[in-house]
Design a protein around this ligand. Structure first.
Ligand SMILES: [Zn+2]
Length: 1035
């Protein structure tokens, strides 16, 4: 709807300083403690949203905001958690003038457009003189051996090699600010500038000069109108990159052993970037008062305070400054995207969302584009009208919502209304927002257990039934409610389905068998979905009996699609949304809809048909997914495969209904139970929005064009999710359709309509304002590498369904080179071609990109099954920025040097074999797995302390958890592991690896800076490759 608005929008060309200045005086809006009663219509944040913020976390006010405000703030802070949005402040308090930007935040984080940016530039400029490949390279061109390169890189000695890896803007250095250390890399020794390091070769013939613009699009991603993904500037022929870079196993496994290695310490370190951000920003309060400011990295712990823009926990962007024109966007090829995690968990020391209730009238919205009332609306004409910040339409203020304006044109109740002063808040939805205009029923959870022969024999059925008793005790509920409103139901199945009546007044559960799997029906309504507490005795009776009932079953075949169908029909019959929990083991080969055949055809790998292995083998699952979304039925799938099960087909409904896929290969009860049970408990208890629909609105000049996630798109604008939990993120790409105004910026509003766990219909609104600029340098300054990688991973993993994998990899490399070449050409100081110059905010982008290129989804490896690849693809599609950051650059922590007395997590080290040591013990985690790697001469006292055995050889590696030894080493290590595990969506299975023993191969794949065992470039090689391509683009 918003899109039409743009086209027709009258040119309200007057700029809107109010929007640019949407930066309320800090904490002025926490109101006057003398008005303790919340105004009507604002309820306290409700149940699942968490407790209120403790007092202590609020930051001090800005020094420049004046004594008056300090006085006012003092008492407010202490009174704040109880008062929330208390009564109107007195006239003088209510209308503090907007502080000019120059006064803004000396105490908070500087805007990237202000001191922060200039400081970065200083640092960039400073580092420009000092970064190089290290001492080994100081002697100029003859001193440095060529980096390892594939054969076709060679033979063109006339072009110099990448030399200096450094940011280098062309702006003069402004004075540095103490707020910003992002650009500094203190660990790098100063050295003289190197302009002409020789090395990996020059452009090859088939890479002849690439024009920067004006070329027709090449092959690549499916054509999308206006899409900036893909290489619109590159002629198709050039997509066949020389030497098959990136990641072609054959090419990369070739002549890659240089006589001397480049010093890895001289290339940008992800660890350094993470630590720099931590040292300057962790433990502080980040306020979201300024439009376009770049938040702390996802790896930095800080307290976030909403002051008009959504917290980065909810929305992160690839850049916080959009280009003013589509030409600029095309020129840079920087993707413009937001990664939105609408139900993100906020820590207890941050404020949960306010709930606004306007009663029967519902939320105030723009008449034209339907945007919800938010800080981007500008009140005019004495408060009788408001101008929409998204489509510029001037709307009447409804009488019930009228309020006078103060002398700077702001409503007197500005700080009392969350929707006027906060980036994120919720509305109670009226019946207009409900299905069939009636209030929804609370959701239901249906547990569906595969009771085929092998599952019964290996004890899985018994394990699940035992565990469910505990899980059901912890069904999620609203904070203020005594019991969960969620109803539960039970189904077992093999070739047929068994429904159970567990009505509370029954002495025994009753089983009803449905043998017609072609057209499943629900054999009972009353007694199938029940309140757990009321039916507890019958349910426990059932869970005790299920393993016995099927103990003698010899049925090996299973159905699958009919199981989903049955669950969905049951929810439809009960007229409620819900989740299915399906516990399944084998390829569904029984005669039924959705029957699958084994198509694990390795011959297709590395051919153009490889993409078909990621597609479902029958379209019945797509139809089923659509029906499930329409019914609000989310499918969570727990897979326990011993062989190929066709995850690409079986996982599709899960993917498109906002569900989560869990997979436990070769499940062994004694090794894998804990991982599985943690996942199950965590999933059942997750904060979840049901029957959800998301709409992203934007200000004029750009719009959301593509969406990636565990979502279903029935049309081009509505993102539908049968359910969406606190870990799921949707990545949204934006395109220009007009020029953006630097004054009004680029505004985004994400609205999610959903049903709570207690059955209340709500709207969750997140707003964020970004800057716009006609200077390319501003874009690069405001980039966020972690968000960029999230976008590239999802768009690439989406493209593998339709494109040959090599094409997808090539596009990623080309776009990487293109983004960096554009920076080099337009933003960096003139310098020798041999220099590789990276924007400060993207200086570790290549290492992440290289890791993405090497991921098994994009590059097959002999030891990774097709199911595993389809599984990882599906997981990444729903990941948040923090999850993709860890997934593509695992955390590697030295354990042997940890300070057992310190509370602090030891600093991570770079993911490279060179960083390991024979005498060390290292923990690695990527969000799905954990490894404890033991060097061949690990200290015996450490081994004793962790494993309670005398030596390395006595360590049993056939375990998935560490013994509880009780020693300080053991306690500290277990604490570190639990800290890493905390807040991660998947329980990470632990593998213990001894140096030089076979399982080490699996571990080494996670050392992402190194060359892959089966292909995939090292970080250094990738930099050389990218640099070469940049040189070609610039020549
Ligand atoms: Zn509007």
């Amino acid at each position: 709807m918003s899109q039409q608005g743009y086209v027709a929008a009258p040119p309200y060309s007057q700029t809107q300083p109010g929007i640019g200045a949407l930066s309320p005086p800090l904490r002025g809006h926490y109101g006057d403690p003398s008005h303790p009663t919340p105004p009507a219509g604002i309820m306290k944040p409700a149940g699942p949203l968490g407790p209120t913020a403790p007092v202590g976390v609020l930051p001090p006010g800005p020094p420049n905001s004046g004594a008056h405000q300090f006085v006012q703030n003092g008492p407010n802070i202490s009174g704040y958690p109880q008062q929330r949005f208390p009564g109107p402040p007195s006239a003088s308090d209510a209308a503090p003038p907007y502080p000019p930007y120059s006064h803004m935040p000396s105490a908070t984080y500087p805007s990237p457009v202000s001191s922060s940016a200039t400081t970065q530039l200083t640092n960039q400029l400073g580092s420009m003189q000092i970064h190089n490949y290290g001492p080994g390279m100081a002697s100029g061109s003859q001193g440095i051996p060529a980096p390892p390169s594939a054969a076709s890189f060679q033979g063109h000695p006339q072009l110099p090699q990448p030399a200096i890896l450094q940011p280098g803007p062309r702006m003069p250095p402004p004075p540095p600010s103490m707020h910003n250390g992002l650009g500094t890399t203190p660990s790098l020794p100063p050295a003289s500038r190197q302009d002409a390091l020789p090395g990996s070769g020059p452009p090859t013939a088939n890479f002849s000069s690439l024009p920067l613009s004006g070329q027709p699009p090449g092959p690549g991603y499916p054509p999308q109108p206006g899409a900036n993904y893909g290489p619109p500037q590159m002629p198709g022929a050039q997509l066949s990159s020389p030497a098959g870079f990136p990641g072609g196993p054959a090419q990369m496994a070739g002549p890659m052993q240089p006589p001397k290695k480049l010093d890895p310490d001289s290339i940008p370190s992800p660890i350094q970037v993470i630590e720099n951000d931590r040292s300057t920003r962790s433990g502080q309060v980040y306020t979201t008062n300024l439009r376009g400011q770049v938040p702390p990295l996802v790896t930095t712990d800080c307290v976030i305070q909403d002051q008009g823009n959504a917290s980065p926990r909810y929305i992160r962007c690839t850049t916080y400054c959009f280009p003013a024109t589509s030409d600029m966007a095309k020129q840079s090829q920087l993707p413009l995207a937001a990664i939105i995690k609408p139900f993100a968990t906020v820590p207890p020391n941050e404020m949960p969302l306010y709930l606004v209730n306007h009663g029967e009238t519902g939320p105030v919205r723009c008449n034209r584009c339907k945007a919800y009332m938010c800080p981007f609306m500008q009140f005019i004409e004495g408060g009788r009208k408001f101008q929409c910040g998204f489509c510029n339409c001037v709307n009447d203020v409804p009488p019930f919502y009228f309020q006078h304006l103060d002398h700077i044109g702001r409503r007197l109740d500005h700080y009392e209304k969350p929707e006027l002063s906060l980036g994120s808040y919720e509305y109670v939805a009226t019946l207009d927002y409900c299905r069939n205009n009636k209030p929804p029923n609370p959701p239901a959870y249906i547990f569906m257990i595969d009771v085929s022969y092998s599952n019964v024999k290996n004890g899985l059925v018994r394990l699940i039934c035992e565990e469910l008793k505990m899980v059901l005790e912890n069904l999620p509920k609203e904070e203020q409610e005594e019991a969960s409103a969620i109803r539960v139901g039970f189904v077992t199945y093999n070739k047929v389905l068994h429904f159970f009546n567990v009505k509370s007044n029954l002495a025994q559960p009753q089983m009803m068998v449905v043998t017609d799997v072609a057209e499943v029906f629900v054999p009972l309504l009353d007694g199938f979905l029940v309140n757990y507490q009321e039916s507890k005795a019958v349910i426990h009776n059932l869970l005790d009996q299920i393993p016995e009932i099927f103990a003698d079953s010899n049925e090996n075949e299973t159905v699958f699609a009919p199981v989903i169908q049955a669950g969905m029909e049951a929810l439809k019959a009960a007229d409620c949304p819900g989740k299915l929990y399906i516990f399944h083991s084998s390829l569904p080969t029984a005669e039924a809809p959705g029957k699958l055949k084994n198509r694990d055809d390795r011959k297709l790998i590395n051919t153009d048909k490889e993409k078909t292995l990621f597609q479902p083998q029958t379209n019945i699952y797509e139809t089923l997914a659509k029906d499930c979304v329409a019914a609000g039925c989310c499918v969570n799938l727990f897979l326990f495969p011993n062989q190929y099960v066709d995850v690409a087909s079986m996982g599709l409904v899960t993917q498109q209904t906002g569900g989560t896929l869990y997979k436990y290969n070769n499940f062994q009860r004694h090794l894998d139970s804990q991982t599985f049970l943690n996942d199950l408990r965590n999933d059942v208890q997750k904060m979840t929005g049901f029957d959800a629909i998301m709409r992203v609105r934007t200000s004029t000049g750009f719009r959301a064009t593509d969406f990636f996630g565990a979502i279903y798109m029935n049309n081009t604008t509505d993102v539908e999710m049968a359910a969406m939990d606190c870990d799921k993120a949707v990545t949204v790409e934006f395109k220009h359709d007009d020029k953006l105004s630097e004054d009004s910026g680029a505004l985004i509003q994400c609205a999610v309509l959903y049903t709570t766990i207690s059955g209340q219909r709500r709207l969750r609104i997140h707003n964020i304002g970004l800057n716009c600029s006609s200077q390319l340098a501003d874009l690069y300054k405001s980039c966020e590498t972690d968000a960029l990688i999230n976008f590239f991973a999802k768009s690439a993993f989406s493209a593998v369904l339709t494109q040959p994998l090599k094409t997808v990899r090539d596009i990623l490399v080309h776009q990487t080179a293109h983004m960096l070449a554009c920076y080099r050409k337009n933003c960096a100081n003139p310098s020798a071609v041999s220099q590789l110059i990276l924007p400060d905010a993207m200086k570790v982008f290549p290492v992440y990109m290289n890791s993405l290129l090497k991921n098994c989804v994009l590059l097959s490896r002999p030891e990774i099954s097709m199911d595993e690849r389809a599984y990882q693809r599906q997981l990444v599609m729903a990941m948040s920025v923090a999850d993709t950051q860890l997934f593509f650059y695992p955390q590697l922590i030295p354990i042997h040097t940890m300070d057992i007395k310190s509370e602090i997590l030891p600093a991570a080290i770079r993911c490279s074999e060179e960083r390991l040591s024979e005498g060390g013990v290292f923990l690695l985690a990527n969000g799905l797995r954990m490894f404890l790697w033991l060097g061949g001469s690990s200290p015996p006292e450490l081994i004793q302390g962790i494993f309670n055995v005398p030596s390395f050889t006595h360590i049993n590696t056939d375990v998935t958890s560490l013994p509880e030894v009780g020693s300080p080493y053991s306690q500290k290590l277990r604490l570190i592991m639990s800290n890493i595990q905390q807040k991660k969506p998947y329980s990470m299975k632990l593998t213990i690896v001894k140096q030089r023993e076979q399982p080490e191969i699996a571990f080494r794949q996670f050392l992402v800076e190194d060359k892959g065992l089966y292909g995939g470039a090292s970080y250094v090689d990738f930099l050389c490759c990218v640099h070469k391509e940049i040189c070609q683009l610039l020549s």
